[in-house]
Design a protein around this ligand. Structure first.
Ligand SMILES: CC(C)(COP(=O)(O)OP(=O)(O)OC[C@H]1O[C@@H](n2cnc3c(N)ncnc32)[C@H](O)[C@@H]1OP(=O)(O)O)[C@@H](O)C(=O)NCCC(=O)NCCS
Length: 203
């Protein structure tokens, strides 16, 4: 892995907030008004807002760095279904971790940085005993959807996601971590056909 992924610290918050402001619009559907996007960025992606995640139990703000130490991406993980409890009935593997944010600098799209980040997230969460990862992304975000499916996520359903007061249609995805190092399989594991994960990149 060329990308180094680690827990963000205070000095990362400014650069991550800058990256978040530049990349959040890329995940939004074209019809969403710019004011709604800006409102979301100001409320949820400022350095102050991101700082709240550093101290919050069960939240992990991660910084991804390239070989020269430059910030190339960031991710936010939130244990369980806290990031959207309305999705809880769509999640089949527990303990689970929600990937609230996974964003790569546009200069590094298609370079493997995102896959490196997902590998690091998978290793971190499997090592802590998680049996699954889940996330949601806009129905129109074709690139992200292709990336998640390519990396073993399965579609579970939909949710409504509010951006600046506007309702958006998100697709909910889940990936099993069963079969990865980090915890022994147990008889209570609910494995669905074709879902047991292989070590490494996965499906
Ligand atoms: C989602 C994200 C992290 C994925 O990283 P990435 O570097 O783009 O991922 P990859 O290039 O490995 O995979 C994307 C796949 O989508 C494909 N793709 C690109 N544009 C596409 C489109 N318009 N429609 C369908 N597939 C598309 C690519 O060809 C690639 O597939 P391939 O490897 O089989 O060729 C990154 O695109 C990103 O940060 N996007 C902006 C923010 C965002 O949407 N984050 C996710 C919010 S949940």
């Amino acid at each position: 892995m060329l990308t180094r992924v680690g827990t963000a610290v205070d000095s990362d918050l400014g650069p991550i907030a800058d990256l978040a402001a530049r990349t959040f619009p890329l995940a939004c559907p074209p019809e969403l008004p710019r004011e709604a996007i800006d409102s979301f960025i100001a409320r949820h992606l400022s350095a102050v807002a991101l700082q709240g995640h550093l101290a919050a139990p069960g939240h992990d703000l991660l910084a991804a760095r390239g070989p020269g130490g430059e910030l190339v991406g960031y991710a936010l993980l939130i244990d369980g279904t806290e990031m959207d409890p309305s999705c809880a009935d769509q999640i089949r593997h527990r303990p689970t971790v929600g990937i609230s944010k996974l964003y790569v600098d546009p200069a590094h799209l298609g370079t493997g940085v995102a896959a490196d980040m997902l590998d690091a997230i998978t290793a971190l969460c499997a090592g802590r005993g998680a049996r699954g990862l889940w996330l949601a992304t806009n129905v129109a975000n074709a690139r992200a959807r292709a990336f998640y499916v390519k990396n073993g996520f399965l579609e579970r359903g939909h949710r409504v996601f509010l951006v600046g007061g506007r309702e958006n249609d998100d697709v909910v995805y889940e990936k099993t971590l069963l079969g990865l190092p980090g915890r022994p399989p147990s008889a209570s594991d609910g494995v669905e056909s074709g879902e047991r994960q292989q070590p490494g990149r996965g499906a």
